[in-house]
Design a protein around this ligand. Structure first.
Ligand code: ADP
Length: 267
């Protein structure tokens, strides 16, 4: 039995195919300006790789900001519900999830069965999101995927503004003063960690218990390191960190027969 989950994100569309043995295929595509087309192409590519036709998939659940545009999903579920479920599957020992995506960040407290107990979300501005790092990586002349490896040992430069536009001006100013890129990169990781650590502290977390770190930004080891230092607990970024929402959607598709809509949380 196969089920599929699709997370139509602001930056990337992620698709996961699940069977009784676990995740069988997954892939991501840029969402671009047309989420409907991106999600359709990503799903067709997934089926092609798995050598399946659509009838072989018993249910498809969509999540992410673009979930409402999908015509082939059986139902939709909120990001909070799907990320909680996916993170619990990937990091079973975690009771807290920090997820940093392209245009929002969230901290979710979860029950042992993956149910959401509480959450806080920042979706009002780019501060503390992947967008912040993408814009500032460009200002530094590096790819966002290279930022994490830069300056893990360097002394962090002070980045005072969390507003992406002002932070960009600060970065340009620091470069003009000759401050090394490594120090600036470290300063950016500290800035984003400061924001997320205060959200996690607001929600509360158990000292010593590992935290699941998901979303595309969890692929950045510099942010993980900075968050671990601030929170004093280990963060576990699973290999499929960016796919946790799509995976959660595929798990929901497996648990609920078609025709019974999911309920969930805002987000
Ligand atoms: P969304 O669901 O909003 O599309 P994602 O969870 O897919 O967001 O994360 C996208 C973000 O992940 C990008 O904005 C970028 O900052 C970050 N990202 C993507 N790939 C990498 C990478 N290889 N290393 C570090 N960060 C990355």
């Amino acid at each position: 039995m196969f089920t599929a989950g699709i997370d139509v994100g602001s930056v990337a569309t992620k698709v996961v195919l699940l069977n009784e043995n676990g995740v069988s295929y997954y892939l991501e595509r840029p969402t671009g300006w047309n989420p409907r087309q991106a999600s359709h192409e990503a799903y067709q590519e997934l089926l092609h790789r798995a050598r399946l036709d659509e009838a072989a998939v018993t249910a498809v659940v969509a999540t992410g900001y673009g979930r409402i545009v999908l015509s082939f999903a059986d139902w939709t579920a909120t990001e909070i519900t799907c990320h909680a479920r996916g993170a619990r599957y990937l990091v079973p020992e975690a009771s807290l999830v920090i997820d940093i995506g392209g245009q929002d960040s969230k901290v979710i407290r979860i029950a042992p069965n993956g149910r959401v107990l509480d959450f806080v979300m920042n979706d009002k501005c780019a501060a503390g999101t992947g967008r912040f790092l993408t814009v500032l990586a460009t200002a530094l002349g590096v790819e966002v995927g290279e930022l994490g490896a830069l300056g893990r040992e360097a002394e962090p430069a002070a980045i005072n503004s969390m507003c992406t536009v002002f932070a960009e001006s600060e970065v340009v100013g620091l470069l003009a003063e000759g401050v090394p890129k490594e120090q600036i990169a470290r300063g950016l990781h500290e800035a984003i960690a400061r924001r997320l650590a205060s959200m996690a502290k607001r929600l509360g977390y158990a000292p010593g218990a590992p935290i699941a770190f998901t979303g595309g930004v969890a692929r950045n080891p510099g942010v993980r390191q900075a968050l671990e230092k601030r929170l004093g607990v280990p963060l576990v970024a699973p290999e499929l960190c960016q796919f946790s929402g799509a995976l959660g959607a595929a798990l929901l598709a497996r648990e609920r027969p078609p025709g019974r809509p999911a309920t969930g949380h805002r987000g």
